[in-house]
Write a protein that binds this ligand. Sequence first.
Ligand code: NI
Length: 129
Amino acid sequence: MDVIDLDEKLGHFSDHWSPRIIAALNGQEVKLAKFIGAFDWHSHPDEDEMFLVLHGSFTMEFRKSFGAPDEYGYRSVELHEGQMLVVPKGVEHRPVAEEECAVMLFEPAGLVNTGDAETSDRTTTGTWI
Ligand code: NI
C-alpha cells in the first residue's frame, strides 16, 4: 500500500496518447496520460470513461448528444485543471488539446483507448509504470 505521487509518475513518460496504469481496484484501472493535438474519434460500447485534468486543459468533442456546437459544428466541453468528465458508454468522442495536458483516467481494466475505432498506432490498453 504505497503512496502514489502523480507528478512523480508523470515524470516517467513524455509521449502522448499512451496511457500508463498506476493503480487497479475493483476491476477498474487508474491511468495517467498526456494529450496534445487531436485523438482518434471513437466510442466504448460497454464502458464509461472518466477524465480528470491534472495539468493544463483540453476539449472533449462529441459528434452528438452533448454540449453546444462549436465553429466546426462539433459539440464539445472544455475541461480545465481540477475538472473532470465521465463520457458515457456508446458516446462517440475525441479529446483535443491545443497545448500539452496531463489527465487521469479511470475506467475498466483492459479498456482499449481507441474503443470501437479502427486500430491505429496509438491503440493501447495501457502499460504499468
Ligand atoms: Ni475514449
